[in-house]
Write a protein that binds this ligand. Structure first.
Ligand code: FES
Length: 148
C-alpha cells in the first residue's frame, strides 16, 4: 500500500469523538461503525477501549478507573492502554503468601485516541486477529445496555 493509500485508509477509520474538555469531565461511549467504544481521560492521557467487558459483556463505562478499568460485574481488571486482562496469583512455595498481578494477555480490544487542538479523534483498531471482547460487539449484545 502506498503512503497516500495509508493516509486515506487511516482517515476512513478516524472519527471525531468530542471536545477535549468535555471528555476530560466525563467519560463517553460512542458507537463508531460496528463498534461501541468507551473513551476515557485518566491521569493526563486519553484511552479508548471496547465498552463491553471481554469476560461476560459487563458495562465498562460504569467501572472504576485506576491504572486499569475494574469491571462492575465480576471485578475483572483490564488495562486501559493495552486491554490486558489482569489477575492476582500467589506462589504457594513462598511464605508468607504474597499476591502479584499477572497478565492473561490482551483480552479487550483497544483503539487509538489522537488530539488535534481541542478535538479528540478515535482511530479504530481493526486488526483481524480476534480479541475476546469482539464477541460482545455482535448485534445481539449491541442491542443491550447501551440502548435506553
Ligand atoms: Fe465479568 Fe466483566 S463481565 S468481569
Amino acid at each position: 500500500m502506498s503512503s497516500d493509500e495509508d493516509v486515506a485508509a487511516a482517515s476512513r477509520h478516524t472519527h471525531f469523538i468530542g471536545k477535549k474538555e468535555n471528555i476530560i469531565q466525563a467519560r463517553r461511549v460512542k458507537s463508531v461503525g460496528e463498534r461501541d467504544v468507551l473513551v476515557i481521560y485518566h491521569q493526563g492521557d486519553f484511552y479508548a477501549i471496547e465498552v463491553r467487558c471481554y469476560h461476560s459483556g459487563g458495562p465498562l463505562q460504569e467501572g472504576d478507573i485506576e491504572v486499569s478499568c475494574l469491571c462492575p460485574w465480576h471485578k475483572y481488571k483490564i488495562t486501559l492502554a493495552e486491554g490486558e486482562g489482569l489477575y492476582q496469583a500467589v506462589d504457594p512455595s513462598v511464605k508468607p503468601l504474597k499476591p502479584t498481578w499477572c497478565s492473561r494477555g490482551v483480552k479487550q480490544r483497544v483503539h487509538t485516541v489522537t488530539l488535534s487542538n481541542e478535538d479528540v479523534f478515535l482511530t479504530l483498531n481493526d486488526s483481524p486477529g480476534p480479541t475476546d471482547s469482539d464477541y460482545y460487539q455482535t448485534e445481539k449484545y449491541r442491542n443491550t445496555f447501551l440502548k435506553d
